[in-house]
Ligand binder design. Sequence first.
Ligand code: PLP
Length: 422
Amino acid sequence: MSLMSPPAVSPSATPFASPFYAPSANIVDLRESATIAVSTRAKALRAAGHPVIDLGAGEPDFPTPGFIVEAAHQALESPSAGATRYTQVEGILPLRQAIAERADTIRRAAGLRGGIEPSDVVVTAGTKQALFNACFALFAAGDEVLVPTPGWTSYYEMIALARAVPIAVRGARECSLKVTPADLRAAATPRTRGLILNSPCNPSGAVYSSAELAAIVECATEHEWWILSDEIYRAISYAGEAASLLSVVDGDSHAAQRLVVVDGVAKSFAMTGWRIGWSIAPSAVSRAMTALQSHTTSNAATLSQHAALAALTNPAAADAAVAAMVREFQRRRDAALELLHAARLDVIEPQGAFYLFVRVGEATADDPEPGTRFARRLLDESGVAIVPGIAFHTPEWIRVSYAAPADDVMEGVRRIVAQRIS
Ligand code: PLP
């Protein structure tokens, strides 16, 4: 770990300016999502007839489970469901009830007091919107927000859109790049207002234990920081269920008043296109986020809310579908890891999510982004799309998704190994 104080993430010149358009001050530093950009380029190359293996996308390659699709059909055909109409901005009550009950169950299973109400829940157009609502409602100009790094690309941009400052906090390699309270304390200033946690982590696949989460909660509580916990990959975990912040923060505690948990159906139920996520927050924060959402998108798509309701209220079918997907992800992970280990590549062994994070060089003044150089060459010369680590503020690494057909994963990883040792 570097002993230097961590840098605020610094933007470079805007890519959107034209002779007829000067981007507003709101978005002058904005960048397109690097992960989406890779996928778009891979799709464009494919459309132009190039045989590209796409290991860039963070999207399960499975269809949405049949019982969920069927529930959506039924909602559409039943006029009383109102599936073609607006709903309350914060989402239909049965869905918020189901989300609150699930969250309460997690708390109580850990022996804690629950108390999560439907009024604490806001249903959103994807987890992305829940994160954006929270960043906008909690942070503002001059605030600093700690982002354990590598961190998902949109955290840095969302914090900046709220005019706050994302502070990248690097975790040590020996901790699988996870951060500790000491790392957070070293990065904090009197302007620090909060941090964003993501376990299982995109891009590293690292999972924080309950004890590690509890230590971070203690540190955050001591400093009165907000914790925004992105748990979208929690169901995709290989060594038992990944811990939720809900299972370490008692409902009646001070920490619960400064905790926002976000989650969604996209990854665990292969429902990326349905666009349903949610936040669970103290009710005052939920009211503020609902007001914000009432002026941006209003309710998440009604039909999709009915589909998400089916996903959350049919535990037997849901558990079976999720378990089958997780088994397949694990099979791919194990096979790919075998190749990477045999080639002696430095890879974080993912305990959750569906990404392999591989170190491909040393960032130096002459070669500041070895991961970007590696990714570019891999696409141009070997036809494999991956995401360069710079997207996660770690330029020495690359992210390889195994949410792709198993044969593609293996062939893509073989080509990565070949390029690495050439
Ligand atoms: N959070 C993380 C860590 C992600 O990787 C993603 C999607 O890639 C999201 C949130 C956004 O999820 P959704 O599709 O529900 O908006």
